[in-house]
Design a protein around this ligand. Structure first.
Ligand code: A2P
Length: 265
C-alpha cells in the first residue's frame, strides 16, 4: 500500500476499484469489489461516492451495470469537469476505494412489468447502464421472446460501451445462447453521421424503428417497455406509450412500462 492509498482505504463502506476503462473523453466505466451484504435486482441503482473535504461523503445515485449474479459491481459514468463527484471519480485507479452503499432501489426491474412477449429497453447516453445489467440477467430471457435495446447518443463514440456489451453477449456463460436468439441492439446518433440516425422518439413516430427491426408497432398486449434517459426523453416516451394505451408500472403494481431518470448529469 502506498501512502496515498491509506486514507482512501480506511473510509467506511469503501470498496476496492478493480479496473477502470475510459471509453472517450466524456465516459468511463469501472468495476469494484462487491459488498458482502449487497443484494439487488438487475436494473436497480445504489448510492456511490467519495469522501468530501468536510468529512461528509459526496454520494450520487448510480445504476448497477452488472447483473445480480456477478461477484463484482460495474458502473458506467459520464465525466463532468466541474461535477462535485465525477470530476474526482473519473481519476480513480485500481486499488483505490469508492464508497458503495448497500440499499438498492428502483423501478427498472422485471418485477414491475406485467408478463409480455417483447421487452424494449429504451435509453439515451448513460441511461444504458441499468440495461447493461438486465441484458445479462437470465430472467430477462425467461420472461421475454424478444429483447430490444435502443440507445441514442449525440456521437458515435458514446455508443461504444453498449456496443461492447452487446458484442460480448453471445459469449456470456449464463445468457449467451438465449441472447443470441432473442437480443437485438438498435443504436442511433443525433449529431454525427452514422448508420442509423435520429431521436428514438422520432423513429417510433415515423415507424422507422419497427420497419428497421421487422416488427409490428407498440402494442400494450405484447410489448413491455423500460425507459432510462434524460428527463426530456422520459417525458416524451411516456406520452408516446400512454397515447397507445400503456400504463406505468411500479414494484407494488406491475404495468406495461416503467421509467427512470439517468441520474448523474
Ligand atoms: P439531440 O442531439 O437531438 O438533442 P444529451 O446528451 O443531451 O443527454 O442527449 C442524449 C441523446 O438523447 C441525444 O442524442 C439527444 O438528441 C437525445 N434526446 C434528448 N432529448 C430527447 C427527447 N426529448 N427525445 C428523444 N431523444 C432525446
Amino acid at each position: 500500500m502506498t501512502q496515498n492509498d491509506a486514507p482512501l482505504q480506511s473510509f467506511p463502506d469503501g470498496q476496492t476499484v478493480l479496473s477502470v476503462r475510459h471509453w472517450d473523453d466524456r465516459l468511463f466505466s469501472f468495476r469494484v469489489t462487491r459488498p458482502r451484504s449487497l443484494r439487488f435486482r438487475s436494473g436497480e441503482f445504489i448510492m456511490i461516492g467519495l469522501p468530501g473535504n468536510n468529512g461528509k461523503p459526496i454520494l450520487r445515485a448510480y445504476s448497477i451495470a452488472s447483473p445480480f449474479w456477478d461477484e463484482e459491481l460495474e458502473f458506467y459514468s459520464i465525466k463532468v469537469r466541474d461535477g462535485p463527484l465525477t470530476s474526482r471519480l473519473q481519476r480513480i485507479m485500481p486499488g483505490e476505494s469508492v464508497i458503495v452503499k448497500t440499499k438498492p432501489t428502483g423501478t427498472l426491474v422485471l418485477d414491475a412489468l406485467l408478463p409480455g412477449r417483447r421487452l424494449w429497453m429504451i435509453s439515451t447516453g448513460t441511461g444504458v447502464a441499468p440495461f447493461a445489467s438486465l441484458m445479462r440477467e437470465p430472467e430477462t430471457y425467461e420472461k421475454f421472446d424478444k429483447v430490444i435495446l435502443t440507445q441514442t447518443c449525440r456521437q458515435k463514440s458514446e455508443l461504444a460501451y453498449g456496443e461492447d456489451l452487446a458484442d460480448g453477449l453471445p459469449d456470456d456463460p449464463l445468457v449467451g445462447e438465449e441472447a443470441t436468439r432473442k437480443f437485438v441492439r438498435y443504436a442511433t446518433t443525433t449529431r454525427e453521421q452514422s448508420e442509423q440516425m435520429g431521436r428514438i422518439t422520432s423513429l417510433i413516430e415515423t415507424g422507422e424503428l419497427f420497419d428497421g427491426l421487422g416488427v409490428a408497432g407498440f402494442d400494450p398486449a405484447v410489448d413491455r417497455v423500460m425507459i432510462c434517459g434524460s428527463m426530456a426523453l422520459n417525458l416524451d416516451m411516456k406520452k408516446i406509450l400512454e397515447d397507445r394505451g400503456f400504463s406505468e408500472g411500479a414494484n407494488s403494481k406491475p404495468g406495461e412500462y416503467v421509467v427512470e431518470r439517468a441520474f448523474v448529469d
